[in-house]
Design a protein around this ligand. Structure first.
Ligand code: NDP
Length: 334
């Protein structure tokens, strides 16, 4: 069976430029055929800069191209669902950026469209591809910390100026720290704990008049009994990131691990003392695309499926709902 896969990039984005073009091209036989932009000059410049043959502004035309078998969607968040559904209906496999959609009905519709069209759907939750998070999951599964009881996620960062457009200015485009970062935390905790969130309580802050929240603190209760504290922010300098899982017999600490880069360390502390866990780092996005390419060949599932996208979005939406309402909110999937 041929490994060839032609890709259309839907969105001339920063994440495509920085990580995903290389990750797609790292898969043998995978090539990028075209890029979609709402602006023909930006699209043409993006295509020229990255050696992509075609640029276009019409989604239907890109999707009609028989050279395209898969799409990578990295537009702003409010566009993901409609573009993913259109791609599925055109028979294209889909890697969609997180959040899969702005609401659960749309996210479910993406999953249903891909299911009906028998195409593979992945959500680009990259953190579960990290050697660090994979080691933490393995340690917990092996019982290294006894029963996991509590978790803490430290994901308060300083958003670089280059990323401060729609993320800090536009609720309509899905800006705000909750849809941007808390959704990743939820996915990472789901992966590391192998558990599902049941309910959320949360508070958020921003400067007066800001259209979206700049920071949030939330607590999620998981179905294995763990309660997890999240701290996400766009406006914090030099805090560092991390994740800690505290258990009945020990604790595991991921330091500098909530990141796009193949870096960070994992430490286990128990009755025997504290030691660093040996890791072999690898590119998170290349690993995600490798799993996707294998899924196209019928070998296994994407690292984060469409269902993962729905469930992690559901947790983030419960956090947002709790901020708005001041109540604890059940994580529901409908
Ligand atoms: P960008 O702001 O770089 O791109 C989003 C859209 O903005 C693009 O589709 C593009 O529209 C438009 N755009 C880009 N540059 C310009 C410009 N100079 N002037 C006007 N418009 C412009 O977004 P990101 O790459 O940061 O994020 C894209 C998506 O990827 C989001 O859904 C985000 O949540 C997700 N993401 C995921 C990450 C992960 O690790 N999984 C990391 C970062 C982002 P057009 O296509 O029409 O040209």
């Amino acid at each position: 069976m041929s490994n060839r896969c032609g890709w259309a990039l839907i969105g001339a984005s920063n994440i495509a430029r920085e990580w995903m073009i290389d990750a797609i091209r790292a898969q043998p036989g995978h090539e990028i055929v075209s890029v979609l932009s709402a602006d023909d000059r930006r699209g043409a410049a993006f295509a020229a800069a990255h050696g992509i043959e075609h640029a276009g502004t019409a989604l239907d035309a890109l999707l009609a191209d028989p050279e395209v078998q898969a799409v990578y969607i990295s537009t702003t968040n409010e566009l993901h669902a409609a573009q993913a559904i259109a791609a599925a209906r055109a028979g294209k496999h889909v890697v969609c950026e997180k959040p899969l959609a702005m609401n659960l009905a749309d996210a479910r519709a993406v999953v249903a469209a891909c299911h009906d069209a028998k195409v593979v759907l992945a959500t680009n939750h990259h953190l579960r591809n990290a050697a660090t998070h994979q080691a933490m999951r393995r340690l917990i599964r092996e019982g290294a910390i006894g029963r996991p009881l509590y978790a803490r996620v430290f994901h308060a960062v300083q958003l670089p100026a280059s990323l401060q457009g729609w993320r800090v200015q536009s609720a309509g485009a899905g800006g705000g720290v909750i849809l941007d970062i808390a959704v990743h935390d939820a996915d990472t905790l789901r992966f590391v704990l192998d558990a599902e969130p049941l309910e959320a309580v949360a508070l958020a802050r921003s400067e007066a008049g800001a259209p979206v929240e700049a920071g949030a603190m939330a607590v999620l209760r998981f179905d294995n009994g763990v309660i997890a504290q999240l701290h996400d922010a766009f406006d914090v300098a030099h805090a560092g990131t991390g994740i800690e899982i505290l258990g009945s017999a020990g604790s595991v600490f991921g330091r500098n691990v909530m990141t796009q880069r193949a870096t960070g360390s994992v430490w286990l502390r128990d009755a025997a003392g504290e030691r660093e866990i040996a890791l072999v780092h690898h590119d998170l996005y290349v690993a995600g695309m490798r799993a996707f390419a294998a899924a196209l060949r019928g070998e296994g599932a994407p690292a984060a499926t469409g269902e993962d996208g729905v469930r992690s979005l559901a947790a983030a939406l419960a956090v947002a709902d709790s901020v708005r309402s001041g109540r604890r909110v059940a994580v529901t999937l409908t």
